[in-house]
Design a binder for this molecule. Structure first.
Ligand SMILES: Cc1cc2nc3c(=O)[nH]c(=O)nc-3n(C[C@H](O)[C@H](O)[C@H](O)COP(=O)(O)OP(=O)(O)OC[C@H]3O[C@@H](n4cnc5c(N)ncnc54)[C@H](O)[C@@H]3O)c2cc1C
Length: 404
């Protein structure tokens, strides 16, 4: 692939840069300043609205649903220019990056007309209601149940966990079990859930970083209309795979090394004469630099695949593992150089040091992604799957037999 912008791409980049230059002063800070969380969220919503009006949100969404109908190269260009301008991107990365594309691919015309516009402009923020206490890596093991009533409506009971943004989301896209008598991947259905429906309870989880970005969400006899189903009853697994594919792309393309470049880690070291001359520190920094260069070229490979209409392969899994590990290794190095003050609330590194390790789990854990690479890149024997073909309702019985 030619790594330089074509004349058209250069012209697009110049237009994006000019808009960001002109509107930079209207952008809110990237992280909440101390105090008024509601005002901060309102400012981030308004900023997403402006980005959407300027065509800098929903870049790859089709034009018919309010997007720009452009390709992944333009999406990456926008991400790069937003990062270079030092302004925050959109607030609802999960909605616009992952759930919107799922509704575009599987939703009805009515669902697209109703939900996508307010999502793009952040008038309604969305959350992803997939993970449960006993269904994370093994997502198809979901236990939340939706039962069909005689009038065609559904009654939902169960619990989700680690739901980012649920505390201010208007809607969630939820995976529930609708038929326990078939193998676990087959009895699932995707629903749109209004977060203010009677029976929905959201409880915040406070993290070591001091923030509470994700939540537990409980459903007690929540009534959902027949038109809440996305992608057909029993087709939830296929619908969820679309979300997971976009999740990988959003993490891979959205962040350029999660915003942590080798240069960023070099700056505090260059400013410290003792660290600068320390051979061990220099070695660790060199290793980081090598990882980030490898990541950049893996990113180009992903872009090449996307630009030629292919879906990126399992190398995206490796890119996620390497990105997170390199960023964590970088913050470990900074913590060693700066010392305990790196964790002081006033330190610009405190948030990164405490938040980044969590990303080892988000979007697929390191072990699961390494399994993917082992099976699909290296051709190693697959993991044993003892539950294959067994109805979900019989799995516990089989488990008991196996351990008896
Ligand atoms: C910052 C963050 C934001 C998140 N936001 C959301 C969200 O908005 N919505 C949502 O639905 N979920 C969200 N999640 C949840 C995330 O998807 C899960 O954490 C992830 O799928 C892992 O599931 P788990 O935490 O239940 O871990 P488990 O699946 O219980 O895994 C525990 C450990 O066992 C290992 N393990 C499990 N199975 C295997 C295996 N077969 N082979 C080898 N090792 C294995 C795992 O790698 C891990 O180390 C978020 C998580 C984080 C950290």
């Amino acid at each position: 692939m030619d790594l330089n912008d074509t004349p058209e791409q250069a012209e697009y980049r110049a237009r994006v840069r000019a808009w960001l230059e002109e509107h930079r002063d209207e952008a809110p800070p990237d992280r909440p300043p101390d105090g008024d969380e509601d005002a901060y969220l309102a400012a981030r919503r308004a900023w997403q609205g402006k980005l959407a009006e300027a065509g800098l949100a929903g870049v790859v969404w089709p034009k018919e649903v309010g997007g720009q109908g452009l390709g992944p190269i333009e999406q990456v260009t926008v991400n790069q220019e937003i990062s270079a301008a030092g302004v925050p991107g959109i607030l609802d990365v999960i909605g616009v990056g992952m759930l919107g594309p799922t509704i575009i691919a599987h939703g009805s015309d009515e669902q697209k007309a109703r939900y996508l516009g307010p999502m793009l402009h952040a008038d309604e923020v969305w959350c992803q209601l997939f993970s449960e206490p006993a269904a994370g890596s093994d997502l198809a093991g979901i236990q939340s149940r939706a039962k069909l009533g005689e009038d065609g409506s559904w009654t939902l009971n169960g619990q989700k966990v680690w739901t980012t943004n649920a505390h201010f989301a208007s809607y969630g896209l939820l995976l529930a079990r609708t038929d326990p008598d078939v193998p676990k991947h087959k009895g699932l259905t995707m629903f749109v859930v209004p977060m203010d429906a009677p029976g929905v309870t959201v409880r915040g989880l406070r993290q070591i970083s001091g923030e509470a970005e994700f939540n537990e969400v409980f459903f007690d006899d929540v009534r959902l209309d027949a038109d809440a189903v996305v992608g057909g009853v029993g087709n939830g697994w296929g619908t969820a795979l679309t979300t997971l594919m976009y999740e990988r792309l959003t993490i891979g393309l959205g962040s350029e090394g999660l915003g942590y470049s080798a240069e960023r880690f070099t700056q505090p070291i260059a400013a410290d004469p003792e660290a600068r001359g320390n051979a061990e520190v220099r070695k660790r920094l060199g290793e980081l630099g090598a990882d980030f260069i490898a990541l950049r070229f893996t990113g180009y490979r992903t872009l090449t695949a996307l630009a030629s209409g292919q879906i990126p392969g399992p190398e995206s899994a490796l890119a996620k593992v390497t990105t997170v590990n390199a960023a964590v290794a970088g913050t470990d190095l900074i913590a060693d150089v700066i010392g305990p003050e790196a964790l002081d609330e006033s330190s610009e590194w405190a948030y990164a040091i405490s938040f980044l390790p969590g990303l080892k789990s988000a979007g697929g854990t390191e072990e699961i992604l390494r399994n993917t690479v082992g099976e699909r890149v290296l051709g190693l024997p697959p993991e044993p799957r003892l539950d294959k073909g067994i109805p979900f309702s019989e799995l516990r019985a089989k488990e008991r037999e196996a351990t008896a």
